[in-house]
Design a protein around this ligand. Sequence first.
Ligand code: NAP
Ligand code: MG
Length: 488
Amino acid sequence: MAKSKKKKSKSPVTLDFAPAPESTPVPLRKQYDLFIDGDFVAPSGGSYFRSVNPATGKPLARIAKAEDADVDAAVKAAREAYENGWQPMPSLERGKYLFRIARLIQEKSRELAILESMDGGKPIRESRDFDLPLVAAHFFHYAGWADKLSYAFPGKNPKSVGVAGQVIPWNFPLLMAAWKIAPALACGNTVVLKPAETTSITAMHLAEIFQEAGLPPGVVNIVTGAGDTGAALIEHEGIDKIAFTGSTSVGKKIAESVAGTRKKLTLELGGKAANIVFDDAPIEEAVEGVINGIFFNQGHVCCAGSRLLVQESIHDEFVARLKRRIDTLIVGDPLDKNTDIGAINSKAQLKRVQKLVDSGIAEGAEFYEPKCPLPENGFWFRPSLFTNVSASHSVAKEEIFGPVLSVMTFRTPAEAVQRANNTCYGLSAGIWTDKGSKILAMADQLKAGVVWANTYNKFDPASPFGGYKESGFGREGGLHGLLPYVSL
Ligand code: NAP
Ligand code: MG
């Protein structure tokens, strides 16, 4: 009797929540056309592809596939708008459009969050409380800069660059669009944007907001399609500046194709961030921070804390606590407010995650996953972790871009720095300790664009974000984010 009681107290505290699905109606359309020169137009080749809801595997809408001729029309519209409207416009007036867009995003944020979760699979709690507030905040932030560029670059004469070609990934569809479009417009440039094939829907609703805000035709154009549409945009001769966020492999291809041309280029690529936990860290908070760092948005985050470096003396206790917490995570319907982990963005991504996990198991790392049931249809992966990982294992080196954490240990701060920097990437890192001096000393030595201390995945439009090494170059956000869009 006493024995079974003891066993019970060890099991995780799981709370049963009644389903709480979102019920706000959304204006999902059956078909989305291209947004060129202020209008929605059919693609010249007449082809459409399907966008799927990854939580059900069922199609949501038909999306236009832009051909080279459509990309060309979009670039020409952007050039015309640049020369004859947007660039000559007083900067104060340009700022007003951005403020208007930001306010409209706030007004429609609930429906946009639902659409984002339906098309991409992320939990509504994230799209509603993280993505959408930041999308609006980015437009507000850069709206404020529009007429203050001379303060941003004192003593210089900042001029716009021209037409920006921007290609974005599927993990933060609207947020990436905001990161790209807002600074470009604030500096007087016009834009052609290519969203990711699996998550184009909210970009087209953003286009409707541009129309509603009265943004002059051609200032922003959106061409949907797959990688070949992105390549057509990057290679177009009418583009002055390229901004790309996506994988390191595609980023390398783009860098090659742009080399020797006059185009300006910024790349935001992959990551394999280390979250470093010292034995003096507040342990409950660190567990929660590590969980947030890797399982946020199903691990579809370039700056995800996918490698946990934990000080050897607390390894066993920390891993035991992590496992207990993982057991309580709720995996399921992205539109349910209680869901912690939603659907993997696509079947292809699920296969990629599974393949890397299989290689981790084959190489001898120890795999742990909770027993939680997964929905029958759609694309799902349980939040999981690898222990007994060595630096040479592929799960310690390669970006998994899924909800999988690899745990390693260290003994001294110097070893933690060496291990954390032992990667071809350098986008972000986390430090957990109660010593401020340790935080500063570590942050100085970590080769990462962002270093969070006793927190993780915190963003603000005023803070720059970007990588070292193969994580790319150039910064987005804040004053630094203006630089790629001006010539001085
Ligand atoms: P991806 O395959 O590189 O795709 C990114 C974008 O590029 C998509 O719009 C894609 O179109 C397009 N594209 C594909 N091939 C292209 C080509 N040859 N030329 C021009 N465009 C091309 O990356 P992903 O799998 O979608 O996204 C995940 C990756 O993005 C991860 O590696 C992640 O770390 C990185 N990421 C980085 C950041 C950052 O800020 N550093 C942020 C988010 C994601 P389709 O999707 O339609 O094929
Ligand atoms: Mg989709």
